[in-house]
Ligand binder design. Structure first.
Ligand SMILES: Nc1ncnc2c1ncn2[C@@H]1O[C@H](COP(=O)(O)OP(=O)(O)OP(=O)(O)O)[C@@H](O)[C@H]1O
Length: 526
């Protein structure tokens, strides 16, 4: 039986010209599809009927992903169904070549069980033999280039020299194209990041300082110190306004990702229909109104931290996709089949009781366990009244500095009233009250508009069962004034009067008494 011909059919002296044609195709095309078409035409006289192709290897998994396949020598294009586009590392010639950096010869008649998918594909396509060569530049390994033949091929020593040289030239073009793609992606990400940060600067006037020397906050900060340097997912729980976002930012700041972006998404603030595109991005035309490609928040946070606020509000239909990113770190933009891999640290927060939502079937248990790796709970402000004086000093300092003012220390009575109030809006409510106080008080006396708080809290705390009701600020203030008046024998003014004891002007106390309905029954002056 005659020995089959080798892979390269042209005489050796014609090959330099073929390599020149390949080099010209590489130089002429930035676009890989057109490059491969020119290449297939240039190689037509040198190779048997079949295909040339190239596949990239995933650097992490080494799975091979076919990028292009082009018929050579008038071969018919293979049916898409006959052409596997992705082969796991164990079954992929690309992975073998990536590891060995040597040509790999496959003979269809002797293909063993190592490549079952490929063997079936060769049988359907009519491929009898193939040679895979490394697609490697001096800077990086990319994958493999394949030369498949409809005729048997004798693999003789030196037969792969020509394909190896073609592979080297094509690798340069592929590297250039990949670098361009990476640059485009990095550019789009930077532009989106810039927009995001500008928006954040415009809308937020935050300070990142965390105040609270009480045992509860100390414990929280210890937990943050432990978990921040790891890449663990953190779940911050607590009522609204307790400082969950502040803690999420602290986790980011104390992690190795501090120089990358901290990206925030409030899942409750974005309409269900838009949340998927907000998180994962979309391609142009993915849905009505998608007029341009958009990078999602997961991509924006690549290398950094993504803060998913109100994670309990993620609609059930999006939960599997979120779970997949957490498990596999990959997803697709809306309207795209291309898988994007990201390296994102997730910090989630919720004021809801997630395990209760799981019990009610509104939140997936597997997602809950993924998020619940390291829970940090922020107690409500009413359970840490010891922090209030420090928080008040902090906020007075922040707002006074902004307005260039300075104030005397807050009278004990006012502080006592603030400590007695149940703070349904927690630290945020206290912060806003002090901001208003600073705006209203030119100084040096800080007039805290306590009367504004003299309303029943409207929203019951959502995360915890309703605590025994604390007095409202109005009630606490009224009780304090009544007690002081009684102690002063009902005397309002003068050095021994209630106003002096409460650190107020006599007229202010009288107006507060009127407002609170405290009976003014001034005793007859002596
Ligand atoms: N311990 C603290 N020290 C200083 N400022 C704090 C502290 N806790 C909360 N704040 C401030 O209170 C405000 C509300 O905090 P934050 O937004 O972090 O709360 P949250 O729990 O995330 O609220 P929500 O549940 O509404 O999203 C912020 O301006 C934050 O800076």
């Amino acid at each position: 039986m005659p020995r089959p011909a080798g892979l390269v059919r042209s005489p050796a002296d014609q090959r330099p010209a073929a390599l020149l044609a390949v080099a010209q195709a590489v130089a002429a095309h930035a676009d890989l599809l057109h490059l491969l078409r020119d290449l297939a035409a240039a190689l037509g006289g040198h190779l048997p009927r079949g295909y040339v192709s190239f596949a990239l290897a995933d650097p992490d998994t080494r799975a091979g992903r076919l990028q292009f396949l082009e018929p050579v020598g008038g071969a018919p294009p293979p049916a898409a169904a006959d052409t596997p586009t992705e082969l796991p590392a164990g079954e992929s010639p690309t992975a073998v070549v990536w590891d060995s950096q040597e040509p790999l010869w496959l003979d269809a008649s002797t293909l063993d069980g190592r490549f079952p998918v490929l063997r079936a594909a060769f049988a359907r396509q009519g491929v009898k033999a193939a040679c895979f060569v490394p697609l490697t530049t001096p800077r990086r390994r990319l994958g493999a280039m394949g030369f498949a033949s409809f005729e048997p091929v004798a693999a003789a020593p030196g037969d792969a020299d020509f394909p190896v040289q073609v592979g080297r030239l094509v690798a340069l073009a592929v590297e250039g194209a990949l670098t361009r793609q990476e640059l485009q992606r990095a550019n789009a990400r930077l532009a989106a990041e810039k927009r995001y940060l500008e928006e954040e600067i415009r809308t937020e006037r935050r300070t990142d300082e965390i105040v609270g020397g009480g045992a509860a906050m100390k414990h929280v900060m210890e937990q943050v110190g432990v978990v921040a340097p790891t890449d663990s997912t953190v779940l911050v729980t607590g009522e609204t306004g307790t400082g969950k976002e502040l803690i999420a930012r602290a986790v980011h700041r104390l992690s190795g990702r501090r120089d990358r972006t901290f990206v925030k998404v409030n899942c409750a603030a974005i309409p269900t229909g838009l949340l998927e595109s907000e998180l994962f991005g979309h391609e142009k035309g993915a849905f009505t109104g998608a007029v341009e490609r958009r990078v999602g928040r997961f991509e924006l946070a690549d290398g950094g931290t993504l803060f998913l606020d109100e994670v309990g509000d993620i609609p059930p239909e999006l939960q599997p996709k979120l779970l997949r990113v957490l498990q596999e770190r990959e997803f697709e933009r809306l309207g795209s089949g291309k898988t994007i891999r990201v390296n994102v640290r997730l910090v989630a927060a919720t004021h809801r009781n997630l395990s209760k939502l799981v019990g009610e079937g509104k939140f997936r248990a597997d997602l809950f366990y993924r998020l619940h790796v390291f829970p940090v709970h922020l107690p409500p402000l009413r359970d840490r009244p010891g922090d209030i004086a420090e928080l008040v000093r902090h906020f007075v300092g922040v707002f006074a500095r902004r307005l260039g003012r300075s104030y005397d220390p807050l009278p004990d009575a006012a502080l006592a009233a603030l400590q007695a109030y149940p703070w349904p809006g927690n630290v945020r409510e206290l912060q806003h009250l002090i901001e208003r106080a600073v705006i209203l008080s030119a100084g040096p006396e800080l007039r805290v508009p306590l009367g504004e708080l003299a309303v029943e809290p409207t929203a019951a705390p959502a995360a915890a069962p309703a605590p025994p009701r604390s007095p409202t600020l109005r009630e606490a203030e009224r009780a304090l004034i009544e007690r002081t008046l009684a102690e002063c024998g009902g005397v309002v003014g003068g050095p021994k009067g209630a106003a002096a004891r409460l650190g107020m002007k006599r007229t202010t106390l009288i107006s507060r008494m009127r407002k609170l309905g405290v009976g003014v029954d001034p005793p007859t002056p002596p």
